[in-house]
Design a protein around this ligand. Sequence first.
Ligand SMILES: [Zn+2]
Length: 203
Amino acid sequence: MKKTECALVQDLIPNYLEQLTSEETNVFIKEHVMHCRECKKILEESTAEVEETETQEKNQTLKIDFLKKVKFTKKAGIFCITIAIVLLLFSGGIVYHNTGLPLSLDDLEIQERRTEMVTIRDEETGQTTEKEILHYKINYEKEGRYITSRYSYKPGDPIIIFKLYSKWGDGGKTIDGSIEIEGVNTIYLEGESGNKMTLWKRE
Ligand SMILES: [Zn+2]
C-alpha cells in the first residue's frame, strides 16, 4: 500500500462521511480500507464521532424549540406539561431515528452477491495473503424510509448475521459492501421479529 494513497483516503474521509464524495470515490475508499488497517481504523473512529455529533445537534435543536414554545404560552403550566410529554415522545423518536426500526424482509431485494479472491499485502511485514471476499448489494424499497445495518461476527464463527433497520429522513436505499468470508458458511439477513433470510451460503 502506498503511503500517498493513505494520505489521500484520510483527506477524503470527512467528505465521504458527509456523503459529498462521488460513487467512484466511495468505491476507492471502501476498497482501500478493506486492505489498510490504519485507514480502516481512522474511518471507524470518524464515523463514531460524526454519529455522536449528530445526536448532540438534534438534542440541542430540541432544547431550543422547547424554550421558544414556552416563551409564547400564557397558560405556561399546562403547556409545559404538554411540551414535556411531546419532548419525551420525540426523544423516543430520535432514538428510533438513530438506531432505526426493524424492517420487513419482504421489502428487500438482493441485487448482488459474488465472491472473489483478493490479494492483501500487509503494510508492516510486506507479506501477501489471499482472502476470500463476498461483495453484496441489497436494495430496500419502502416509501420514505431508508436502510441501515449492523452485523455481528466473531473470527472463527461460521455464521454472520446482518441486522437490518429502516430509518426515516435521510439515508440510502441500498447497502453494499464487501466482507471477508474465510471460515464462514452462511450469512443471514435479519429483519423484524428476528425472521431471517439467507444472503449467502457456501455451496
Ligand atoms: Zn491506508
